[in-house]
Design a protein around this ligand. Structure first.
Ligand SMILES: NC(=O)c1ccc[n+]([C@@H]2O[C@H](COP(=O)([O-])OP(=O)(O)OC[C@H]3O[C@@H](n4cnc5c(N)ncnc54)[C@H](O)[C@@H]3O)[C@@H](O)[C@H]2O)c1
Length: 366
């Protein structure tokens, strides 16, 4: 079985295919003779590179692979430059397709190259991490990091298709897999209380990576992201709700020096904090906060900074939140829950309230 989620963006609309196995439907016919460059990383290439290349060659395409070092440091302008040079070397023209085969790092990097090389060539996402399947491959944000901060250079650029082959998740390290589950839980909180309940019911099967359980859940997450992106493609309003848990999450990633903590782990801690703030500011029920903390723990995510050896110092975190690119006039903005499935965004919180919520959420575990 497989499912299709349609992302409705006028002439930039596309389908996301979710299932085990999977083909790139938009290239299966009519792409014979055209060139394709697969961009992937050093962990993913040995697992899936040859298979992806064989699939495109089977469509009659002339295929090459460009393999970048795994890790966030490849999401950089110097690596973009090497990919442009490779694109020229292998003769990518305006009819060519760039295929991102990997996690969110590869998707953001390759998407930016596709958006800018020859002012834009066709781009397909084949996400190989759970985070990339439910989040980064959907919605068209591409970009790279600068020394001054993450994702400071980029473009909105939609793929022509996303193919999420759930079988690829089997090789993902446990922490990376759980990190993706943080975004899954987030969708339940911001949009869909029924999804949240389902996650509670299926927490154990989810941890086992049961494909029958994963498929409808991944599809639902893609639907939610597609719906949000369809009303706010360029992130000037409601798309901000996707940042539930990310205000503190980004700050924790920053002070722990990117790499100590995975993105989803930081978001998990950020959601615990946001839930506590929501109880104080927007009428979120304390039982629902407790359910959220319980669910995050049940799917293998940290709910206290100490669980990942992070010393979360409030003064440093407050400073990091103030200087975040999403804060305004040095005042951090939060996405807060009113109830499961409903949030408000752009919410400023008084500093003493934030500090008290932090102490209540993390107490001795901070
Ligand atoms: N564009 C967006 O909207 C958006 C949204 C969220 C996050 N992001 C970006 O996504 C990136 C994080 O993505 P990520 O968590 O997927 O990280 P990642 O791409 O670095 O992948 C994580 C690790 O898993 C490895 N890997 C990938 N697939 C594998 C597989 N199937 N089996 C074994 N190993 C595998 C990778 O080589 C890497 O070591 C960040 O750069 C973040 O900024 C972008």
């Amino acid at each position: 079985m497989s499912r299709i989620v349609h992302v409705d963006l006028d002439e930039r609309s596309y389908d996301i295919h979710i299932g085990a196995g999977g083909e790139i439907a938009s290239l299966r016919e009519g792409a014979a003779g055209q060139r394709a460059l697969i961009v992937t990383d050093t962990n993913v290439d040995p697992l899936f590179g040859a298979r992806c290349e064989a699939m495109l060659a089977g469509y009659g395409m002339q295929v090459q692979r460009a393999v970048v070092p795994a890790g966030e440091s490849s999401k950089s302008l110097p690596v973009v430059q090497t990919l442009y040079e490779r694109a020229v070397e292998v003769g990518l023209d305006r009819h060519a397709t760039l295929v991102a085969l990997g996690g969110g790092m590869v998707g953001d990097l390759a998407g930016f190259v596709a958006a800018t090389y020859l002012r834009g060539i066709r781009f397909v996402q084949v996400p190989t991490t759970l985070l990339a399947m439910v989040d980064s491959s959907v919605g068209g944000k591409t970009g790279v990091n600068l020394a001054a901060g993450k994702n400071l250079v980029g473009a909105f650029y939609q793929p022509i298709e996303v193919v999420a082959d759930l079988a690829m998740l089997a090789t993902l390290p446990a922490r990376e897999y759980a990190s993706g589950l943080a975004e899954v839980v987030k969708y339940g909180v911001i949009w869909d209380a029924t999804l949240f309940r389902k996650l509670e019911d299926k927490a154990e099967a989810l941890q086992r990576r049961d494909l029958d359980v994963l498929e409808p859940i991944v599809a639902r997450c893609c639907e939610i992201k597609a719906e949000v992106v369809a009303v706010d493609e360029r992130d000037s309003g409601v798309r901000a709700i996707l940042n539930f848990g990310h205000t503190l999450g980004h700050a924790i990633e920053k002070i722990s020096g990117y790499g100590g903590l995975l993105h989803g782990e930081a978001v998990s801690l950020g959601m615990v904090f946001a839930a506590e703030l929501s109880c104080r500011e927007t009428g979120f029920a304390s039982e629902d906060r407790d359910r959220l903390v319980q669910l995050l723990g049940a799917v293998g995510l940290p709910v206290l900074p100490g669980e990942r050896g992070v010393r979360a110092d409030w003064a440093a975190l407050r400073e990091a939140m103030r200087t975040d690119k999403k804060s305004r006039g040095q005042v951090p903005r939060f996405v807060l829950a009113q109830k499961l499935g409903a949030v408000v965004y752009d919410h400023a919180v008084a500093e003493d309230v934030a500090e008290q919520a932090f102490a209540a959420a993390f107490g001795g575990g901070a």
